[in-house]
Write a new protein. Structure first.
Length: 362
């Protein structure tokens, strides 16, 4: 069992993505959170494959550099596995079981629902409450993940001198981080933030990474739908490299610095924005066609792709839905070493990491 749902002490939130490592330390005073330390460190090509560490030395070295840059002294961290790598099921169990009986029963009931051997699997569970139609039973959510998806990330942290305090799932980390989204905050236990008047649900959260874009639909502060698409900001970087005959790394650095030829906007950036907006629109249409929901109140963009200039405007124009970049740091204060403009500029990158760090402060 993995302690996915345990929350005991303060730890770092570390998001090991396809192209970079994002690390953040949060602190809390009463209902208010603040950023105590943060860093983002790029990963070299080949360090990740299929959303898992392929070169542990490169990944652990990036984690170690991020830790040093951040200045954090914490020695424990929360990490997350991709949402697409887990299986979630809700099973019915007799009410009144103690923890030991429940754990044993989950193993028996979950075995036929998981398409790989239990000895190759990590399981965790959380009681959701009594079943509505059968009060003598309780609903139990079971989360399963192949061990290799977890162990590779744990090993990367260990080699960087950190202990893995908890392994979460990206969907749950983002769900937890949504309470800090500017203009859409969810009231949670011990949290001083209230949803603003007039804001209804569901909310569409789009996490655009380097190679994968994931749509999350949230209702009542909980993820009710996910869809993953093999499309991301890397496509723009490769287009820049091909158009100007640059190495990929040069294209990436030039894009980040905004040092691109005059024709970049009409020739490359504008077509990419339209393509990205169309991809997001199609993902939403898949959701609408498979559920009774026919609209979402608004869209928030996070991940590295959210930093692309005017992508939010392009998505809003294509979908007709109010869209903005998700600024999770808007309600947060910053410690002295953390630069406020840097916080606001890089906020979308830290959505998963922020949700992971928040776990230890609940």
């Amino acid at each position: 069992m993995l302690g996915w749902f345990n929350r005991k002490e303060r730890w770092l939130g570390i998001d090991i993505g396809d192209s970079s490592v994002k690390l953040i330390e949060l602190d809390r005073k009463g209902p208010e959170f603040r950023v105590a330390a943060m860093a983002v460190e790029p990963l070299p090509q080949g360090a990740m494959a299929d959303r898992s560490p392929a070169d542990l030395d490169q990944v652990s070295a990036a984690v170690k550099r991020a830790l040093k840059i951040s200045g954090s002294r914490l020695k424990k961290a929360a990490i997350a596995v991709p949402t697409s790598s887990i299986i979630t099921r809700t099973i019915a169990m007799p009410a009144g079981l103690n923890e030991t009986e429940l754990a044993a029963g989950v193993l028996v009931e979950a075995a036929p629902l998981i398409p790989f051997p239990l000895e190759e699997t990590y399981l965790d569970f959380q009681v959701q409450g009594l079943s509505q139609n059968h009060p003598e039973t309780q609903d139990v959510m079971v989360v399963a993940c192949r061990k290799e998806n977890v162990d590779l990330r744990r090993e990367a942290l260990k080699d960087a001198g950190l202990k893995t305090a908890v392994v979460d799932v990206e969907a749950y980390a983002l769900e937890n981080a949504c309470r800090l989204l500017s203009g859409w905050r969810v009231q949670l236990p011990g949290d001083g933030h209230q949803p603003p008047p007039g804001v209804s649900q569901p909310l569409a959260l789009v996490d655009m990474g380097a190679v994968v874009t994931t749509l999350y639909i949230l209702e009542d502060g909980r993820v009710i739908y996910t869809r993953e698409q093999g499309f991301g900001a890397e496509q723009l970087i490769l287009s820049i490299a091909a158009a100007y005959d640059w190495p990929r790394r040069q294209a990436e650095l030039a894009g980040r610095a905004g040092e691109l030829p005059a024709g970049f906007e009409p020739e490359l950036l504008s077509p990419f924005r339209k393509l990205a907006a169309a991809q997001i629109g199609r993902m939403l249409q898949f959701f609408f066609s498979s559920s009774p929901v026919s609209a979402v109140e608004r869209i928030r963009l996070v991940g590295g792709g959210a930093l692309i200039a005017d992508l939010d405007r392009a998505v809003a124009e294509h979908t007709g839905i109010p869209t903005a970049v998700g600024n999770l740091f808007d309600p947060l204060g910053g410690a002295v070493p953390v630069n406020r403009p840097s916080l606001e500029r890089e906020a979308p990158l830290f959505a998963v990491a922020c949700g992971l760090a928040l776990r230890s402060l609940d």
